[in-house]
Design a binder for this molecule. Structure first.
Ligand code: AHR
Length: 508
């Protein structure tokens, strides 16, 4: 088929925050134990502290800038105090999110050391389920205080003199969810979140607080933003796409467009809350009224493709991703680049073993199909997000989540564009079409083009990467840029790069 696309290095929309390539590691399944930390590994895959070196190398290759921890649902009963100090003194506890036993052999200091080794910033979520404000303040003091006080001294006694200066702190996780220990109503949550935020910022005004939103298009999101806007630096939303139980390719691969709509709606709710100055039930000194230029961004701190039938949460959620999922992954990342002006951070859920692009075995690591778009985006889709337009064959069937279904036709050619600071145009193109390649004229191209292709003619839509058989990988080639049209192979993700005269550095 034929299609046309438009983009220009002159038409920058906004900076792309590098934090959109963040990760998430939860005490769930084999994410921490057996994933990040594997002290009993007999194949020499660990360093002197029991951390998996192959996993750390992948995080470095992906250049992951920030990692959320320790949950997720796990955090709702987590006592951070259990996970610090001598390991033989750490208590084992029943774990109520995934119904296991938490040994606490990996805790705050181990996570900080791991972040340091991979060069990522830590992002901690607070227990607003069974945890108290006192616990939260104590954790913040343990991590960030340079004073001569109890928890700062506990950190020193545990071997760390300098504060960790953790910048990102989440006010709970999915507090609206019926599966949550201490599920909250939106009214209860908003009231508590403002009070916690005020106290946390008294202790450390430099922190960035992330409010617990829902999916970005709910009444919970509207209400908590209206009540807490003053204390909110970022608003967190979560969404998982897939097409369960049918597993149809098109519904699966276009589904990330639902996230794009959710981002647009969340951005509107943030603006709405900023404008709304009359609804706070609190006295003035703790009121939520936002009369300033204060403008929270969106923290999309759980996103991915997750089919709960293929990968149930209570059995560790190890999903094997096929080529269709790889295309969905690239489509998700296109959403973040296109919507860069609203996104302050995004952390893929999750980063190791649990619904993850990486699977560890005793013997090594498997890079799943979805690893490759993540790597190409993180390497090249940086700098400025550029306006894009596309005209191509479209899909107008069922989607999952469904709320998008009847709204628009969804193009089967999905793209985003970035102008990097070194003056390269980077075009990320997903050809979702299962059976047809698509020819496109690229008028902006002048000169040689680097081409990276994942999937395409050499693959089937159901192909997966498993131990001993990795069918999906990056193919690299060059295109002279002179021929009339570029052909995007069927069911492929392609990243094109070429040098322009415009540099990202001098555009706003
Ligand atoms: O990422 C898996 C789980 O999904 C997280 O623990 C939870 O926050 C979400 O429901």
């Amino acid at each position: 088929g034929r299609a046309s696309i438009y983009t220009s290095p002159e038409h920058a929309i906004s900076d792309i925050n590098p934090l959109i390539y963040g990760g998430f590691t939860e005490h769930m399944g084999r994410c921490i134990y057996g994933g990040i930390y594997d002290p009993d590994n007999e194949h020499g895959l660990i360093d002197e502290t029991g951390l998996r070196t192959d996993v750390m190398n992948c995080f470095k290759e992906l250049d992951v800038p920030v990692v959320r921890y320790p949950g997720g649902n796990f955090v709702a009963t987590y006592r951070w105090q259990d996970g610090v100090g001598p390991k033989d003194k750490r208590p084992k506890r029943p774990e109520l999110a995934w119904l296991g036993v938490e040994t606490n052999q990996f805790g705050t200091d181990e996570f900080m050391q791991w972040c340091d080794k991979i060069g990522a910033l830590p992002y901690l979520s607070l227990n607003m389920g069974t945890g108290t404000l006192e616990d939260a303040l104590a954790w913040l003091e343990y991590c960030n205080s340079d004073k001569d006080t109890y928890y700062a001294n506990m950190r020193r006694a545990n071997g760390r003199d300098e504060p960790y200066n953790v910048k990102y702190w989440a006010l709970g996780n999915e507090m609206w969810g019926p599966w949550q220990v201490e599920q909250h109503t939106k009214e209860d949550y908003a009231k508590k979140a403002c009070q916690w935020a005020k106290a946390l910022k008294l202790l450390d005004p430099s922190i960035t607080l992330i409010l617990c939103g829902q999916n970005g298009h709910s009444d919970w999101d509207r209400y908590v933003l209206q009540q807490c806007i003053k204390w909110t630096d970022m608003h967190s939303i979560h969404m998982y796409t897939s097409d369960f139980p049918k597993q149809e390719h098109y519904a699966n691969a276009v589904a990330p467009r639902a996230a794009e709509r959710a981002i647009e709606i969340t951005a509107s709710l943030i603006d709405f809350a900023r404008c709304d100055i009359d609804m706070s039930p609190f006295p003035d000194e703790i009121s939520t009224k936002a009369r300033s230029k204060h403008k929270p961004t969106i923290c999309f701190d759980e996103w991915n493709i997750w089919d709960p039938v293929r990968a149930p949460g209570n059995t560790g959620a190890e999903q094997i991703y096929n080529l269709s999922d790889m295309l969905a992954m690239a489509a998700w990342l296109n959403v973040f680049v296109r919507q860069a002006k609203y996104i302050g951070m995004a952390t893929v859920a999750q980063s190791v073993n649990v619904i993850s692009p990486l699977i560890t075995t005793e013997r090594g690591i498997i890079k799943q199909t979805t690893y490759w778009p993540l790597l190409l985006f993180s390497k090249y889709m940086r700098g400025k997000s550029l306006a894009v337009h596309v005209c191509s064959a479209a899909y107008n069937g069922r989607t999952c989540p469904e709320f998008l279904a009847s709204t628009v036709e969804l193009p089967l050619l999905d793209l985003s564009a970035a102008l990097s600071d070194d003056g390269y145009m980077n075009l990320a193109v997903v050809n979702i079409h299962e059976t047809e390649s698509t020819e496109v004229a690229l008028p902006e191209v002048n000169g040689p083009v680097q081409v990276f292709t994942v999937g395409g003619n050499i693959n089937q839509i159901q192909d997966v990467n498993v131990e001993g058989s990795e069918k999906v990988y990056i193919r690299q080639s060059n295109w002279d840029g002179n021929s009339d049209k570029f052909t995007f192979e069927k069911h492929s993700f392609t990243l094109l790069r070429w040098k322009t005269q415009v540099t990202g550095a001098n555009k706003t």
